[in-house]
Ligand binder design. Structure first.
Ligand SMILES: [Zn+2]
Length: 106
């Protein structure tokens, strides 16, 4: 199972029978942008370009009608154990592995 599939499955489990409703347009159709968006985490305001360092691994849900975008932290959505299993299977998600090492917990 790919990371994208695991994320979608985790989201379906969280939502159950509920529909995710867009706060801007009321739409209920969403698409997931492929890949992971990393937002740097800093302990100070300002600063310039960061190479390396802490980052939050996020996946994006985008409203098909208006483009409203939701960011979900995959460490919380999927959970550390499942992410570690994906890493063991694929060995291609080194970025996630680095984040898990930094955090030390899930
Ligand atoms: Zn919308």
């Amino acid at each position: 199972m790919s990371l994208g599939e695991v994320i979608q499955e985790a989201l379906r489990e969280r939502l159950g029978e509920r529909k995710l409703i867009c706060v801007l347009c009321g739409g209920t159709r969403w698409f997931m942008e492929g890949g992971i968006s990393n937002i740097p985490v800093q302990d100070r305001i300002g600063g310039g370009l960061i190479i390396g360092g802490k980052a939050m691994p996020l996946t994006t849900l985008i409203c098909e009608v208006c483009g409203y975008t939701i960011l979900l932290n995959i460490l919380k959505l999927v959970g550390k154990k499942k992410l570690e299993a994906i890493i063991r299977e694929s060995k291609t998600d080194q970025m996630i592995e680095e984040v898990l090492k930094e955090r030390g917990n899930g």
